[in-house]
Design a protein around this ligand. Sequence first.
Ligand SMILES: *[C@@H]1O[C@H](CO)[C@@H](O)[C@H](O)[C@H]1NC(C)=O
Length: 222
Amino acid sequence: MKVSQSIITIITLALIMPFSNAYDPSPLQDFCVAVNNLNGGVFVNGKFCKDPKQVKAEDFFYSGLNMAGNTDNKVKSNVTTVNVDQIPGLNTMGISLVRIDYAPYGQNPPHTHPRGTEILVLIEGTLYVGFVSSNQDNNRLFTKILHPGDVFVFPIGMIHFQVNVGKTPAVAFAGLSSQNAGVITIADTVFGSNPPINPEVLAQAFQLDVNVVKDLEVKFKN
Ligand SMILES: *[C@@H]1O[C@H](CO)[C@@H](O)[C@H](O)[C@H]1NC(C)=O
């Protein structure tokens, strides 16, 4: 009985394991420079690859990350993304980059990257950064005050944020372990969905007065 059970377990694992290597696929060739040709509605996990013989240095190049994004918005921050959409050569490489600018007292509001861990280095200014672990880990908050040269990691999927707590602008760069890490900004997603989530549902979920939810849904309407 026990023996046959472990045999079944081993066979099941052997069947599952080839499909359980998640995250971005490992490259199966030197490179797979992306093309945005979706003729015939065929989709692959990532993008189609350009004929390697047609690949040029430009496919691996981006210019302009020396320039600050415009922080004249509600949260007073701006993320400039350099992923596979900007550098097609990042296709299948499992990595990308962002520049984040923060006006004084601006913030990159609570959000999560569904497909990537983030490693951030502060170049200028002072940031208060943090992430919250999952329910299973009792939603513990991990925070640090960062000064130039300091590095902080936001593990994949965790809700995290950065706040400029200084009187001067702040600049950070971050690497992400995906060619397209994705962003889910919590407030925009929950209160600004299209169409809106029923206010009664959110009132109960967030323990708020339904009128407060309606007000938030107007504010975040997109
Ligand atoms: C971020 O900055 C860019 C470049 O200045 C600008 O085009 C874009 O609208 C800004 N985004 C936000 C959300 O303010």
